[in-house]
Write a protein that binds this ligand. Structure first.
Ligand code: MEV
Length: 376
């Protein structure tokens, strides 16, 4: 799949349980190195089951491809001429991928933008809106852009410079929402109402502060990326799109929303770009990704996006619930201790005992793990 290969880098592959998405039970493969992620998602999915699970939607799989046009003699004139030639440009772009066209995909629209302020002055940008159906679509879009570039140059009177897909896939959004009964959120000395209000306060912090929002959204991406990776999709593209979308108002903020409903229960919503595919790229070439897609039992990229955004919402709540109550370390430490024990050289048959002792002593550190191993 890549160049200069010297090996294969493996990650743990877990399966999150309890997810109901749009009424369907689904097991969710997750590839991730961080402890607590799979457990956190599974736990919140279990609570969401009590109110019917996650309701999720996905918009049409429309990607945006960009052409940067330089040295245009008259930007307004070029804009008008390009829009007038829309049908011709769309036809040429769609013809590039007959298979996609047969499946109902292809070029949908163009937009022409004049960016008045850049370090080198005015820029003319053409957006090609392309429906990529069940593919992530980077290859289809980039090929279409390269094909229409000479025509666009001729019509605009300029020269086409960059021809590349945008990862800010804000026309390919997925949304999940779920309700969590306040009573189900109670644990230890914390009442359900306390946990609910604590989660809402934690979310309000992320809305108001980019420093917190980055971490809040990272918690969402813990779940999102793990499924994206397990299914052979491009997690860097998803990350780029998510964070750009979180900053779309001009200020970076939370991707999710949490509130208390009329029944006093906690409701959550997550909306984000999710340009994922179930055909093309590594999704079919990588045997584990292929198996993961089979386990998910999805029949479209939209369905995959609906599941992923649901996992993101569940993951977000798992983190906020912990942060708003006992803190993140307690639940984390048991699993983290295993990694510390392994790093200190514990054999497979020693890991459990060493990890347990580290947790008991509240000293989850490699130096202590080494001492324990030496004493045995
Ligand atoms: C750690 O991987 C993720 C969290 O930091 C997310 C959050 O703070 O919301 C716990």
């Amino acid at each position: 799949m890549i160049e200069n290969v010297v090996g294969v880098f493996s990650l743990p592959l877990g399966v999150a349980a309890n997810f109901v998405v749009n009424g369907r039970d689904v097991l969710v493969p997750m590839a991730v190195e961080e402890p607590s992620v799979v457990a956190g998602a599974s736990f919140m999915a279990r609570l969401a089951r009590n109110t019917g699970g996650f309701r999720a939607t996905a918009s049409a799989p429309e990607m945006i491809g960009q052409l940067l046009i330089l040295d245009v003699p008259d930007a307004e004139q070029a804009r008008t001429a390009l829009l007038a030639a829309k049908a011709r440009i769309l036809q040429m772009a769609t013809a590039v991928d007959p298979v996609l066209a047969r499946l109902g995909g292809g070029a949908r629209d163009i937009e022409v933008r004049v960016l008045a302020e850049s370090p080198i002055g005015l820029l003319l940008v053409l957006h090609l809106i392309y429906d990529t159906r069940d593919a992530m679509g980077a290859n289809a879009v980039n090929t279409a852009l390269e094909t229409i570039a000479p025509l666009v140059a001729e019509i605009s009177g300029g020269r086409v410079h960059l021809r590349i897909l945008s990862n800010l896939a804000d026309r390919r959004l997925a949304t999940a929402s779920a309700t969590f009964r306040a009573a189900d959120l109670a644990f230890g000395e914390f009442s359900g109402a306390q946990v609910r209000d604590g989660v809402i306060a934690a979310w309000a912090f992320a809305v108001a502060d980019p420093y917190r929002a980055a971490t809040h959204n990272k918690g969402i991406m813990n779940g999102v990326d793990a499924v994206v990776l397990a299914t052979g999709n491009d997690w860097r593209a998803i990350e780029a799109g998510a964070h750009a979308y979180a900053a779309r108002s001009g200020r970076y903020t939370s991707l999710s929303t949490w509130a208390c409903n009329a029944d006093g229960d906690l409701t959550g919503t997550l909306e984000m770009p999710l340009a994922v595919g179930i055909v093309g790229g590594a999704t079919r070439a990588h045997p584990t990704a292929r198996a993961a897609l089979q386990v998910l039992g999805v029949s479209s990229a939209a369905e995959l996006a609906q599941i992923i955004v649901s996992v993101g919402l569940a993951q977000n709540l798992a983190a906020l619930r912990a942060l708003a109550t006992e803190g993140i370390q307690r639940g984390h430490m048991g699993l983290h201790a295993r990694q510390v024990a392994i790093a200190a050289g514990a054999r497979a048959d020693q890991v459990e005992a060493v990890a347990n002792q580290l947790v008991r002593e509240r000293a989850v550190r490699t130096d202590r793990a080494l001492e324990i191993l030496q004493a045995n």
